[in-house]
Design a protein around this ligand. Structure first.
Ligand code: AKB
Length: 337
């Protein structure tokens, strides 16, 4: 029997690694991996095809449409918040035009197959923009529809692409005679900061958490670029992969919205430091806040309300703060370095 084809963009990124490994071990899908960087060798055996290419290359995407019957797209490619601030227009091209290209690809595939292609889109807490620290501290668990005034290009791009996805799923070509033929099954998750034991993020602003851990495990000094009292929601990578797969598997009829918050635990940089220092007492960690990166995290919520995800598709993290560090992160980084 032919396997369903899954396209993963940003395949060589942090989430791509976790997803390819998981789906690859499961063995039920043919994976097409796409990334501007070559895919790491150990992931290649899991993929039917590993393509080094750009999501802005419409010729390349056209060839994919012609060659494969893609049932699900995990569109993971994006330029993260810190990197995007150094070249906002380039980030806009990748984050927005790239997503538009993938949504177009999904429409073409849906039309050709006569059924909606699933489009899984990781969004971010960066879509939120709390005006000041006082508000951040008092906001509690922020709901999906509150405080949507992002302060970064990345946050603006993610928020806009959530809207684009909703538009393609529900209103695309609403004045055309064939309206309704082309819908894309768009599903999005707003992720908190993610922490993997096997990869390091690049270009994000929640990176101080994973960087602190990985530097300590390697015996390298680390200067944390936010204040100790900075609190953000975080999640261990296996839970992020679980959330994506759970949302993918949920029946459309169970989903009351297109975009869902998820979270596992909220932690301050000081608490992060204490846990890391306990596990690696020799670690040299100092705090040297970068004013502009600090401003970015200060605009993100301390916690988010993920009750809709819990209710609609049974979301529940496997790793709370204690388990994330004691059963996943610390043992895995110890083994790695
Ligand atoms: C970033 O810091 O840009 C990302 C995110 C929170 O989406 N990790």
């Amino acid at each position: 029997m032919r396997k369903e084809v899954v396209l993963i963009t940003g395949a060589n990124g942090e989430m791509g690694h976790g997803l390819i490994q998981h789906l690859g071990q499961q063995g039920t899908f043919d994976i097409i991996a796409l990334d501007v960087q070559p895919l790491d060798d150990h992931l290649k055996p899991y993929c039917l095809r590993a393509i080094q290419g750009d999501i802005l290359d419409t010729m390349l995407l056209g060839r994919l449409v012609a060659e494969f019957e893609i049932r699900t797209i995990y569109h993971l490619a994006s330029i993260l918040s810190t990197k995007a601030e150094y070249n906002p227009e380039a980030a806009h091209r990748v984050n927005v035009e790239g997503t538009l290209n993938l949504l177009r690809l999904a429409v073409e595939q849906s039309q050709w197959q006569g059924k909606p292609v699933k489009f899984l889109y990781p969004s971010s807490i960066a879509v939120y923009g709390l005006p000041d620290l006082e508000t951040k501290r008092c906001a509690g668990k922020v709901k999906e529809y509150n405080w949507l005034e992002p302060t970064t290009m990345y946050g603006c791009n993610k928020l806009y692409c959530e809207h684009l996805g909703r538009y393609y799923a529900r209103y695309y070509r609403q004045l055309a005679a064939d309206y309704g033929q082309s819908s894309v099954d768009f599903r999005s998750i707003r992720f908190p900061g993610l922490i993997s034991a096997v990869t390091l993020p690049t270009g994000g602003t929640s990176d101080y958490g994973p960087e602190m851990l990985h530097h300590a495990a390697q015996g390298l000094p680390y200067k944390c670029f936010v204040r100790p009292d900075t609190r953000l929601p975080f999640m261990a990578m296996p839970d992020a992969i679980k959330a994506l797969l759970q949302l993918e598997a949920a029946p459309r009829s169970a989903l009351s919205q297109y975009v869902y918050n998820v979270t596992s635990f909220s932690i301050s940089a000081e608490e992060f430091y204490q846990i890391v220092k306990k596990a690696f007492p020799e670690a040299e960690i100092t705090f040297d806040p970068h004013p502009n990166r600090q401003k970015i995290v200060d605009s993100w919520p301390e916690d988010v309300d993920d009750s809709a995800a819990r209710q609609d598709w049974g979301w529940q993290p496997d790793y709370d703060l204690e388990r994330a560090f004691s059963e996943y992160l610390i043992p895995a980084v110890r083994q790695r370095y």
